[in-house]
Design a protein around this ligand. Structure first.
Ligand code: NAD
Length: 485
């Protein structure tokens, strides 16, 4: 059982709070750690420290600022397996999924290592006679980064390496449900040689987020989580005049045309729907079968769901448990409501022989009414709902009618249909014959409608813009003022 500490000013800090939350291994239902939530004084100390460090870090040359990032990349490679095992322990996903997550975290560090290039901006010589104009990107200040439970190793890195690279300093709050991964990552960052105060971690839940957002020295807020929380964070931060980016929830449709390749598409869609136990913001949650696809793909998806091997992520399985007993009960409750509304569970993941762990096996929902709210509700578990549509027009109408806009995918052999789909789908991330359209680190992790509040996203150049203020300089050097040389 691990205790979780805060970290600021280059030192680990024993928590002083009174609210204690357990951390579970969701596959064994055992307590593996505990979080003591920070109080306002601790939040204040962490932010003050980050602010003090900002004064000198922003003046450190960018070529020096990236050196600890290069070391961080090497140390993350060294501790790759241990990190993956920590994610599986507290989050429940399979080891292969945890490894994939750490790989994407490392890719973001690699991209941020190119900060000398990423920070370059424009220069126009002679915008008028004797006048030049250019812009410089300067760090905003202390960045608050608030993370969800489902990717404890990756999501912090959509923001953190970029904030540090541009010369900002960070106070990061991991999800109170999975704090052990960040504790290990912070140990690695400490070894990487960031000056004290540049990276700081504070633990707790919603009240700690709110205290961080409200702190006058926090200049930017980066949030990833459910849409309700994203909307609340966006409103609080905006009302205080802060720069804010909030990634929210999702309900992702995958449209399958009759010409799609049956075997490869089924495998990819099943991975998307049931991988990470459906707890991915890019999980396929509605399969829209167009025309004849309903016959072939209906059978194939049911078969893929029924045969998926579920168990402890440390074993040879394809899917682990959901995060908590509360999450499992919530999913069970939603599945019962679906049945009450006339939906049919053609594969029912509530029934299984796994006696321990927060398991829900892959589930397929069919015959749910088009008007049901449940068709639009994020379940965040291994549940795929099948709907049928006569043609691509009707499928696109369906894609664009939900509140969320995180991802939509199309499976087809037709380039023409693919071009139309990517043009008309009103979402942030589009997959064409791809089930999890997760942007690489040098593209923004996009999102639209209820899935994203703000304008600049995480990762790559968007993150660089988010953590910096672009200052424009117009300079005039009249000839007549200068000595002749
Ligand atoms: P959550 O909203 O419960 O919590 C996210 C973080 O915010 C946690 O650190 C939590 O302590 C804090 N928090 C919770 N409520 C808050 C509030 N009202 N104000 C301020 N902070 C608050 O989310 P979760 O259950 O940890 O994560 C799952 C959700 O995240 C899903 O909805 C999923 O779709 C979404 N998600 C979205 C993306 C994306 O890129 N769009 C990526 C990953 C996860």
């Amino acid at each position: 059982m691990q205790d979780v500490f805060h970290y600021w000013g280059g030192e680990w800090r024993k928590p002083l709070g009174t609210l204690v939350l357990p951390v579970h291994d969701p596959a064994r239902e055992e307590i593996v750690g505990q979080v003591i939530c920070a109080g306002n004084d601790e939040v204040d100390a962490a932010v003050e420290t980050a602010h003090a460090a900002f004064r000198s870090w922003r003046l450190t040359p960018v070529t020096d600022r990236v050196q600890p990032l290069f070391r961080l990349k090497a140390l993350l490679e060294r501790d790759f397996e241990a990190l993956a095992r920590t994610i599986t322990l507290e989050c429940g996903k399979t080891l292969a999924e945890s490894r994939g997550e750490i790989r994407r975290a490392i890719e973001n560090v690699e991209t941020a290592c190119g900060m000398p290039y990423l920070l370059q901006s424009g220069f126009n010589e002679g915008i008028a006679s004797g006048i030049d104009e250019f812009s410089i990107r300067q760090p905003m200040g202390v960045a608050a980064i608030l993370c969800p439970f489902n990717f404890p190793g990756m999501i912090p890195f959509w923001f953190l390496p970029y904030a540090i690279g541009v010369g900002a300093t960070v106070v990061l709050k991991p999800s109170e449900r999975v704090p052990l991964t960040m504790q290990m990552l912070m140990q690695i960052m400490q070894e990487s040689g960031f000056p004290p105060g540049v990276v700081n971690v504070i633990n707790g839940g919603r009240s700690v987020s709110e205290a961080l957002i409200a702190h006058p020295l926090v200049k930017t807020v980066s949030f990833v989580g459910s849409s309700n929380a994203a909307r609340a964070v966006y409103a609080q931060a905006a009302s205080l005049g802060k720069r804010v980016q909030c990634q929210g929830g999702a309900k992702n449709p995958v449209v399958i045309l009759p010409d799609a390749d049956l075997d490869s598409s089924t495998a990819v869609i099943a991975d998307s729907a049931f991988g990470c136990a459906g707890q991915r913001c890019l999980a396929a949650s509605v399969a829209v079968l167009v025309g004849e696809a309903r016959r072939t793909f209906g059978d194939a998806l049911r078969e893929a769901a029924a045969t998926r091997k579920t168990g402890n992520g440390f074993d040879e399985v394809q899917m682990g448990p959901v995060i908590s007993s509360a999450s499992r009960e919530r999913i069970h409750g939603l599945l019962s409501s679906i049945e009450n509304e006339g939906g049919r569970l053609s594969v029912d993941g509530r029934k299984h022989s796994l006696d321990k762990g927060y398991f829900v096996k892959p589930t397929i929902v069919e015959d749910l009414s088009e008007t049901s709210e449940l068709l639009r509700t994020e379940i965040f578990g291994p549940v795929l709902t099948i709907v049928e549509k006569p043609d691509i027009e009707a499928a696109l109408d369906f894609v664009n009618s939900g509140a969320y806009g995180n991802m939509a995918c199309l499976f087809t052999r037709s380039g023409d249909a693919a071009r139309r789909f990517r043009n008309e789908a009103e979402v942030g991330n589009v997959g064409i014959n791809v089930g999890v359209a997760a942007p690489m680190s040098f593209f923004p992790f996009s999102g639209a409608r209820e899935s994203f509040f703000g304008d600049l996203h995480g990762q790559g150049k968007d993150a660089v813009r988010f953590f910096t203020n672009e200052k424009v300089v117009v300079e005039r050097w009249p000839k007549e003022w200068s000595r002749k040389f």
